[in-house]
Ligand binder design. Structure first.
Ligand code: NDP
Ligand code: 8X3
Length: 251
């Protein structure tokens, strides 16, 4: 049966790839992000089963108006993909900008819980639905400069499991998808504000792609209703968790 998905952060990267994949698989997608022109272009490309929806997930009022602010026929969302998110900066915590920390929390944590709060009651009432949250390996493996970004994704991982604790006994599923290095998105350009520095992150690697992430989401969502993926961690083969840091005297 075709699903109606709400994908946050669909104007670029993973979100656009997830929209393309689910439209190709016969579903309908509400594509949300701040850049309406990008969403309109995606709508032109993918046709009437894609609904462009301009939304800033940090706008609490606009998010609280959902799903009632969606057009008739689009309000019963089966799958919420909480994908909108960002990292800002890679300086050590003691040199980080407080405004960057605030924006990461507002988007990755508050935006995600507000969207969940808007759509979850309908899913529970219909006893059908799936929330797929985009976390990160940064939730589980600390790295220098990861501070609030990693912590925000740790929140996503734990929130996902806690939602499962409340939803057990219903047919509403929750999955936390935690990717490592993924190229072909705006993520590092947003993080550094410098395309050359962003490109250097992927130099000499074969990272995962946005289409790989869409494949993972399509698999998790396409599983039979009795099968819930709580958490899925994925990395490119060229990446692995590293050793703990040891600072040696004189080093
Ligand atoms: P991109 O920067 O390519 O895309 C991020 C998307 O989020 C854009 O569509 C952007 O759209 C949207 N967005 C950002 N802020 C807001 C906001 N306030 N309201 C609505 N939409 C917003 O990043 P990726 O596709 O790489 O990342 C997607 C998700 O996956 C993020 O949560 C990221 O943390 C996570 N992730 C990324 C990894 C990677 O290596 N790339 C690895 C692991 C996880 P717009 O600017 O138009 O609003
Ligand atoms: C994105 C992956 O390693 O840049 O979540 O934190 S990483």
């Amino acid at each position: 049966m075709p699903h109606t998905l709400f994908v946050s952060g669909a104007s670029a990267g993973f979100g656009a790839a997830i929209a393309r994949r689910f439209i190709a698989d016969g579903h309908r997608v509400i594509a949300a992000a701040r850049r309406g022109d990008r969403l309109a272009a995606l709508g032109q490309e993918l046709g009437e089963r894609l609904l462009p929806f301009t939304l800033d997930v940090t706008d609490a009022e606009a998010v609280a108006a959902l799903p009632g602010s969606l057009p008739a026929g689009w309000q019963e969302v089966d799958v919420l993909v909480n994908n909108a998110g960002l990292a800002l900066g890679l300086d050590p915590a003691q040199r980080a900008k407080l405004s960057d920390w605030d924006q990461m929390v507002a988007t990755n944590v508050t935006g995600l819980i507000h969207l969940t709060h808007a759509f979850l009651p309908g899913m529970a009432a219909r006893d059908r639905g799936h929330i797929v949250n985009l976390g990160s390996t940064a939730a589980h493996y600390p790295y220098p400069g990861g501070h609030v970004y990693g912590a925000s994704k740790a929140f996503v991982a734990q929130f996902s499991l806690n939602l499962r604790a409340d939803l057990v006994g219903t047919n509403v599923r929750v999955s936390d998808l935690d990717p490592g290095l993924v190229g072909g998105t705006e993520f590092s350009t947003v993080r550094f504000g410098d395309p050359a520095r962003a490109a250097a992150i992927y130099a000499g690697t074969t990272p995962l792609t946005p289409e790989d992430i869409a494949e993972a989401v399509a698999w998790v969502v396409g599983l039979p209703p009795h099968f819930n993926v709580n958490r899925m961690e994925i990395m490119p083969t060229c990446q692995a968790p590293g050793p703990l840091a040891i600072k040696r005297r004189g080093g």
